[in-house]
Design a protein. Structure first.
Length: 195
């Protein structure tokens, strides 16, 4: 009888140890899953680039991390809900509220000041010397206004000759911006910050 009692106590102790061990393993996994869900929902999430409109900065099938936090500034690369289809686009912010935009002889002017675009250098160098990489236009020609109104952005792809952007579909509401591209993690040789 004593042997049966000792065996029963040993089984309960083993069962208690097994439960503690299981809890010690599952609790951190559960916390990690909840933390990952919160991190992905509110801070950063992965995505894939489709198409060549941001080449060579971002190319087809690049894997990127998008930040949902922070302010969007001129020249940031952003992902937003496409205004003309059920998809998301990645483009570069060229103009923010209050900006006057003009392209003249392949030079960007924002509020009358020249702005260098070093991210276009590689593509421009590959073109014929007398060809324009970005066709001339004024903001008024595109949206019918001289300045970008509050709550809107003017966006363009870096591959200017092969990009569907604000020149075609107009301004995008800032409320449609999903986040800013912060990091490319694939392909591995190109891994790093994007802006």
């Amino acid at each position: 009888m004593l042997f049966a009692y000792v065996t029963l106590v040993q089984k309960e102790v083993l069962s208690l140890k097994a439960r503690r061990t299981l809890l010690a393993v599952l609790l951190p996994i559960g916390i990690a899953i909840i933390a990952l869900f919160i991190f992905r929902s509110y801070f950063y999430f992965p995505s894939t680039v489709y198409g060549e409109s941001m080449a060579p900065t971002l190319e087809d099938q690049n894997k990127i991390l998008i930040s949902r936090v922070g302010n969007i500034d001129r020249f940031d690369e952003v992902v937003f809900h496409a205004p003309d289809q059920d998809a998301s686009y990645v483009k570069r912010v060229i103009g923010v509220p209050g900006d006057k935009i003009e392209y003249k002889n392949d030079v960007l002017y924002v509020n009358g000041k020249k702005h260098a675009e070093p991210y276009l250098k590689e593509m421009k160098n590959a073109m014929q010397e007398d060809a324009l990489f970005t066709n001339n236009f004024k903001l008024r020609d595109v949206i019918g206004e001289d300045t970008i109104p509050d709550g809107y952005l003017f966006v363009m792809g870096d591959n200017r000759r092969n990009s569907k952007d604000s020149r075609m579909f107009g301004l995008i509401p800032q409320s449609t911006v999903i986040g800013e591209v912060k990091f490319r993690y694939y392909p591995f040789p190109q891994m790093g910050l994007t802006n």
